[in-house]
Ligand binder design. Structure first.
Ligand SMILES: CCCCCCCCCCCCC/C=C/[C@@H](O)[C@H](COP(=O)(O)O)NC(=O)CCCCCCCCCCCCCCC
Ligand SMILES: Nc1ncnc2c1ncn2[C@@H]1O[C@H](COP(=O)(O)OP(=O)(O)O)[C@@H](O)[C@H]1O
Ligand SMILES: [Ca+2]
Length: 567
């Protein structure tokens, strides 16, 4: 065990009270020297100190040095506070002003604290590339960044280059093509769609530089960290990796250089990459909700509830064949009632498996996915039938709408995803399933629901509904990724992702034959896939889970953060 050696200890004043302050290797502690309050010690981990400044310094609402005495210093640090609601811990900027008996002692404290920060917080970012989507969520991205985040970055000495996006996919293309020398990480101010742009940019860029093809089963893990300042509609990735959707909390995780590895699912059509996903790849209900919600974007975040109700009332189900490659049932299972919390042991064991020779998990690796080449067809399990919803999620996908998420026991970084199959059922049954997402009741404890922990999933249509060749060609020429048509290959990159609008257009065209909105008398026989809030242009897909492919500035949900658990 590490011994927490004392580096500096002295008697200091905070306001009118005298404290015994001690800086150890890992903590800064101060205890009031008043007999009654002896055990009232404040202890701040060095890794959670945001900044140390000379004098009495204020930062909010504006930076000011109120009294510049040469015996004082101010320490800024992470302070946890309850959310006021039933879940999540908010992080706030704590500030304590210390007064020393002499200038010499003040200088010693400043020096020691700065050394401690350098030594014990080596992964803090120095320079960040920030993308703001001015139209995400309630359209407050710019204001959120400039009033709540930028002052904290400045205080912590993090410099940033800010790009306010003017079009969809600008952030992704910037990461794929521009010089990123000197940046430690990329940050988005927006929702899950903006995060997805950064995800595609970072993964694509990493493969380009490693000389790998994104269509192959093996991908190289990414060095560049991703930060999310939540300013979107669902903000599921932020919520599930931080525990709360709060710009200040996320900014503080970025500043202290927290690192949370994350599993990523690659979605393929006929052996070509279509997109990546971290939260939801969903067919049936979630696909229909997304398709419907795009027509009501003007409603803002409420569009999902409105469209959810409309789609629910249309009471659809779809035929198909779902196949999956089960994960090792010895390691964990989706109904074991555990929660993936900060420092999760299931995810740590997975890190050891994925990085067997590296004491430092930050070094790159190439995941070889032997299961895709060597596992025989016989290892795949098939389920054929009519489904209300087929969903794959690499993590719990908790969000304010569903605090425990699509799969409450899923792990952020264990190299597996959870496949949730909801077979056709009566409307009340399906409503019960949906409603259980909003409470602690088990949504998998229903006779028409199955959940499996998987490494890969395939979906195909019944023979009568196959995606025909003509349609395929139409899709490719329309800008899809399936083949290297002239519009699909982007110069200087292996990226073939289609633009959002085109993608949606194609997918919706595909359904026009049998679908005219929700009022149609003939129910559609084919749904669309919702891939983290994007409609996929194909119905028949293969998904592979890549363990810990990217890293976020986060640490997972913290224990004791009053996250609800199942009864
Ligand atoms: C009866 C209440 C039912 C509540 C059901 C809640 C299920 C919540 C699952 C949330 C999964 C989230 C996965 C994340 C997806 C996001 O990537 C993605 C993009 O987000 P962005 O716009 O911020 O960029 N978001 C989505 O695709 C949104 C999916 C949201 C589905 C919400 C469905 C609401 C259903 C309401 C049903 C109401 C039935 C009423 C009957 C009269
Ligand atoms: N300047 C822009 N104009 C239009 N669309 C944009 C712009 N910047 C980003 N986008 C796109 O908007 C979509 C939604 O953004 P997001 O930030 O996720 O908000 P929301 O959560 O409300 O959907 C993203 O998929 C992103 O690609
Ligand atoms: Ca996982």
């Amino acid at each position: 065990m590490d011994v927490d050696l004392v580096q500096l200890e002295s008697s200091l004043w905070v306001g009118k009270k005298r404290y015994r302050a001690a800086l150890t290797e890992w903590h800064l502690n101060w205890t009031e020297l008043d007999k009654k309050n002896r055990d009232k010690t404040v202890s701040v981990p060095v890794s959670e100190i945001v900044a140390v400044e000379e004098g009495h310094v204020e930062v909010l609402p504006q930076r000011s040095v109120s009294e510049d005495t040469d015996r004082d210093f101010t320490v800024f640090y992470v302070k946890r506070s309850s959310n006021g609601s039933s879940y999540g811990l908010l992080w706030r900027l704590g500030r304590t002003q210390f007064s020393c008996p002499s200038r010499d002692l003040r200088d010693q404290w400043m020096t020691q604290l700065r050394i401690a920060l350098k030594t014990h917080s080596p992964s803090r970012p120095h320079r960040l590339l920030v993308f703001i989507n001015p139209f995400g969520g309630k359209k407050q991205g710019r204001e959120i960044y400039h009033s709540l985040v930028a002052p904290l970055f400045e205080l912590a000495g993090v410099s940033s280059h800010v790009v306010v996006t003017e079009r969809a996919n600008q952030a992704r293309d910037h990461i794929l093509k521009k010089d990123l020398t000197g940046f430690d990480g990329v940050v988005c101010v927006g929702g899950d769609g903006m995060f997805s742009e950064l995800l595609h940019g970072v993964i694509g860029r990493t493969q380009q530089e490693a000389g790998l093809s994104e269509h192959d089963p093996s991908l190289q893990s990414c060095d560049l960290h991703i930060g999310i300042i939540p300013a979107g509609s669902t903000d599921c990735v932020c919520f599930a990796t931080v525990g709360v959707n709060d710009p200040v909390t996320s900014a503080l995780h970025i500043i202290i250089g927290d690192s949370q590895p994350l599993d990523v699912c690659s979605v393929h059509h006929r052996s070509s990459l279509v997109r990546y996903s971290v939260s939801l790849v969903g067919y049936g209900f979630y696909g229909d909700v997304l398709a419907e919600s795009e027509r009501h974007r003007w409603m803002g975040p409420l569009r999902y509830d409105y469209s959810g109700a409309m789609v629910y009332l249309s009471n659809r189900s779809y035929a198909g064949l779902v196949q999956y490659l089960p994960a090792d049932p010895q390691l964990s299972n989706p109904r074991d009632n555990t929660r993936c919390l900060s420092g999760c042991s299931v995810c740590s064991k997975s890190t050891e498996r994925l990085f067997p020779h590296s004491p430092d998990a930050s070094s790159n690796y190439i995941s070889h996915f032997s299961q895709f080449s060597s596992d025989s067809e016989g290892d795949w399990v098939s389920v054929e039938g009519r489904f209300k919803a087929v969903s794959l999620t690499c993590m719990s996908s908790s969000c304010p709408r569903s605090p425990l998420g699509l799969s409450p026991s899923a792990h952020l970084a264990d190299g597996t995803g959870d496949l949730i199959i909801v077979r056709d059922t009566h409307p009340l049954g399906f409503l019960t399933f949906l409603h259980r997402h909003t409470s602690t009741q088990d949504q998998f404890d229903l006779p028409f629901v199955d959940v499996h922990r998987v490494k890969a999933v395939r979906f195909s249509l019944p023979p009568g509904e196959k995606e025909d060749e003509d349609e395929e060609r139409e899709t490719v020429n329309g800008g899809g990724m399936a083949e290297e048509g002239e519009r699909t290959s982007r110069s200087g990159s292996q990226h073939h992702l289609v633009e959002r609008g085109e993608e949606r257009g194609m997918a919706n065209d595909r359904r026009k034959k049998d679908l005219c909105g929700l009022c149609c008398s003939k129910p559609p026989s084919v749904s669309v896939w919702n891939c983290d809030g994007e409609i996929l242009p194909h119905t028949e897909i293969l998904c592979r889970v890549h363990g810990q492919l990217v890293r976020l500035y986060a640490r997972g949900m913290e224990d004791g953060s009053a996250t609800p658990t199942r009864k």
